[in-house]
Design a protein around this ligand. Structure first.
Ligand code: 2NL
Length: 346
């Protein structure tokens, strides 16, 4: 009886062959396992009469259960083959190359920041950085902001407690630079800045700024215009026209805003430039003598110019990005258009 039960167990193992069988193999298995003449199960059943009545019951029940299971498995496989279901591993092309790994890439704004700093590097400017948490003195007073300027209000800036504020521009790094190095000084300062602004299509409370500063003997407004016009023609195109309009900043006098010809309509007037043919890209001016003094520089001997701009805005104008929130959302469908991504880059 033990032999018969062992034989039944061995037969039961073969159930696993059924779901993988193709049509021909399934026919073979049906004959081999359940065939009336020489099927394995039939052979076992044939031996039943030779054993005693008590064990015959046990073995018989086990044999019948196995028969049902084999029949059910064969019927199920038959159905599956009829429906054209794939076998495990079937339909998988094992020679297909693996998907490439996702490669990281630089964010569009980072690429633009690097490109801008690269242009100024060729014009003799060093890249400098400084802390994002600043004193009120470095962020405002040293830059000639009056005590009652609205930017000093907690409504407009993020205060970390006491007189420490998240810098609202990168200008404090320029103050630090003037204090640390005697002129001549030529620096570009990219970095993250913070203002209490809404988060909408054209504002973000966190943004990137690039400021620049040149201080030396004999620097004039001509140097400012030539440097910034050269920059505009490098970052946009050689033929790009620029214009300067008078403006006001507490830390420069005189001050000017620089426009470039609209990169979409090239001066004709379109919705992007509100019909003017021009787009504002930066603010600039001659460093106010009081700011030079605050930075430890003698304004009788030295003059300088400075400017500030938003790389988001430059990227937006160059690539026609409709909403700055796209720069912050990390949506791969947007980001991979400007550099390596994952499968899209394969
Ligand atoms: C803008 C205008 C500007 C500066 C930034 C500056 C810094 C020092 C002294 C003088 Cl330490 N000026 N920076 C000057 C003019 C304009 O930014 O529209 N930024 C987005």
């Amino acid at each position: 009886m033990r032999d018969l039960l062992a034989a039944l167990d061995a037969l039961r193992e073969r159930l696993t062959e059924i779901p993988q069988a193709d049509e021909r193999r399934l026919q073979q298995l049906r004959t081999e396992l359940l065939g009336r003449k020489a099927g394995a199960l039939t052979e076992i059943l044939k031996a039943l009469p030779t054993i005693d009545a008590e064990t015959r019951k046990t073995v018989g029940a086990a044999a019948n259960a196995l028969k049902r299971d084999l029949e059910a498995a064969i019927a199920a496989r038959e159905g599956a083959l009829k429906r054209g279901a794939a076998q495990p591993g079937e339909g998988v092309d094992l020679t297909m190359p693996a998907r490439p790994e996702w490669r990281g890439g630089l964010h569009l704004v980072t690429q633009v920041v690097d490109e801008i700093c690269g242009i100024f590097r060729e014009l003799g400017f060093t890249r400098a950085v400084g802390p994002e948490a600043e004193t009120e003195r470095n962020n405002f007073y040293a830059l000639n902001f009056p005590k009652d300027h609205p930017a000093l209000d907690a409504q407009d800036s993020f205060y970390l407690g006491g007189d420490v504020v998240l810098r609202t521009h990168t200008s404090p790094v320029q103050i630090r630079t003037l204090e640390a190095y005697p002129p001549p000084v030529r620096v570009v300062i990219p970095g993250r800045c913070y203002r209490r602004d809404p988060f909408d299509a054209s504002h973000s409370p966190v943004f990137e700024q690039i400021e620049g500063l040149a201080v030396d003997e004999g620097i004039s407004f001509v140097d400012l215009k030539a440097t910034l016009a050269t920059f505009a023609r490098r970052i946009f195109s050689r033929e790009t026209r620029v214009r300067f309009r008078p403006s006001y900043f507490p830390f420069t006098e005189p001050s000017a805003e620089m426009d470039v010809e609209c990169q979409l309509c090239h001066g004709g007037g379109c919705p992007a430039c509100k019909g003017t043919g021009w787009m504002e890209i930066l603010g600039s001016g001659m460093v106010h003598p009081r700011v030079l003094v605050n930075g430890g520089v003698d304004p009788e001997r030295y003059t300088g110019f400075a400017w500030g701009m938003g790389p988001h805005r430059i990227a937006l104008l160059r690539y026609g990005v409709p909403d700055i929130r796209l720069f912050y959302e990390g949506d791969m469908r947007f980001l991979t258009q400007f550099g390596p991504g994952g499968q899209a880059d394969a």
